[in-house]
Design a protein around this ligand. Structure first.
Ligand SMILES: *Cc1c(COP(=O)(O)O)cnc(C)c1O
Length: 364
């Protein structure tokens, strides 16, 4: 069985975690600060605030950008549910824009259609899905024109680049996840990145009980802090992420080259000047064959997964909030056709050849 995901550790993680335990300072501490600085630097951002997860990072980013109860926030329905849930946590209302069928990312045109209808949209959360950056120029143009806060859900896009700039702080703020299956991990963990000192200070306050000074609190904050133990793991992972990302990209290239003649599928599309970091390598299987293809891969010992099997607004929670089906036709089509196959850096040359050969052997 070739697994779909596999966390990789260099050995440095254990060493640093032992240091933390020996130091006796296992909750917040200097490893957290060092990790924040290292990850922000890697991502070409000015500030980073470590959080307990990608979800709490999204929540803190929205709060720090001033999203309040009743506000409208546009996002994509083709994502992990946490993206839209973070809007609900603020008491705000998610509005769903459709995706671009080529990139699977939020369509700026669809965003603009909503902005034209709804006059008071406070924020847009774009998701760099699978590790491919969104069309940031178009989103930034809309931001100029309609004045909203732009938040990047970069939970799948560590070190992804848009026209030479790494994602996360291209908009007002960005959230990353370090969950076990992401491109780098701290077990559970996240970070808010921003170039804006005011947003950074607020995010830092929100994740720590709205604290202004020792036992002094002026806003309703949370405990979204990362531990020194998790941060130690993160520091070690920062040292290998560039190398591991290169390996993901090389693996993806090999898969795309090997699969280019298979007529029943589409390999990932990468626009010019975008760097896809392949959190997932996702195929589109045409002619209603996806589920049959998935069964074939499973029977052949190739790990695979569907990201995502349903659009967010068709989840029972969102249906109970009154969202109607048919809102975003391209996203609804994608959930029926996508399938992710292994691309992680621990794949061997032989694994990649096996994957390609197996897929080419699929009989419609
Ligand atoms: C993983 C993920 C999240 C949530 O991150 P957690 O660390 O699991 O809380 C949010 N958005 C997207 C797009 C993700 O992939």
């Amino acid at each position: 069985m070739i697994p779909l995901v596999k966390p990789i550790f260099s050995g440095k993680e254990k060493q640093l975690i032992n240091e933390v335990i020996d130091s006796g300072i296992v909750a917040s501490g200097k490893y957290v600060e060092e990790f924040e600085q290292k990850f922000a630097k890697l991502s070409q951002a000015k500030f980073g605030t470590a959080c307990s997860s990608g979800t709490t990072a999204l929540h803190a980013a929205l709060l720090a950008c001033g999203i309040k109860s009743g506000d409208k926030v546009i996002t994509t329905p083709f994502t992990f549910i946490a993206t839209a849930n973070s809007v609900l946590y603020c008491g705000a209302k998610p509005l769903f824009a459709d995706i671009d069928p080529e990139t699977y990312n939020i369509s700026p045109k669809s965003v603009e259609e909503i902005l034209e209808k709804e006059k008071d949209v406070k924020a847009v959360i774009c998701v760099h899905l699978y590790g491919l950056p969104c069309n940031m120029d178009e989103l930034l143009k809309l931001k100029e024109k309609y004045k909203f806060v732009l938040i990047e859900d970069a939970c799948q896009a560590h070190l992804a680049e848009y026209k030479g700039r790494r994602v996360g702080a291209i908009g007002d703020a960005g959230a990353f996840s370090f969950y076990a299956t992401k491109n780098m991990t701290t077990g559970e963990g996240g970070v808010v990145l921003t170039d804006n000192a005011r947003i950074d200070a607020l995010a830092r306050k929100y994740i720590n009980h709205g604290r202004t000074a020792h036992y002094e609190h002026d806003i309703l904050g949370f405990n979204f802090r990362l531990t020194n133990i998790a941060a130690a793991m993160g520091i070690a992972q920062c040292e290998s992420i560039e190398e591991r990302t290169k390996q993901r990209i090389a693996n993806a290239q090999k898969l795309s080259d090997g699969l280019k003649d298979a007529d029943f599928l589409e390999t990932p599309f990468v626009p010019k000047d975008y760097t896809h970091v392949y959190h997932q390598y996702t195929l589109r299987i045409k002619d209603g064959l996806r589920d049959k293809f998935m069964q074939y891969l499973k029977d052949s010992g190739i790990g695979c997964g569907i990201h995502y099997p349903q659009v967010v607004y068709k989840q029972p929670l969102y249906q109970s909030l009154g969202y109607k089906n048919g809102l975003c036709p391209e996203a609804e089509k994608a959930v029926e056709e996508v399938i992710s196959i292994p691309v992680h850096p621990s794949l061997s040359e032989e694994d990649l050849n096996t994957i390609i050969k197996t897929i080419k052997g699929f009989k419609k």
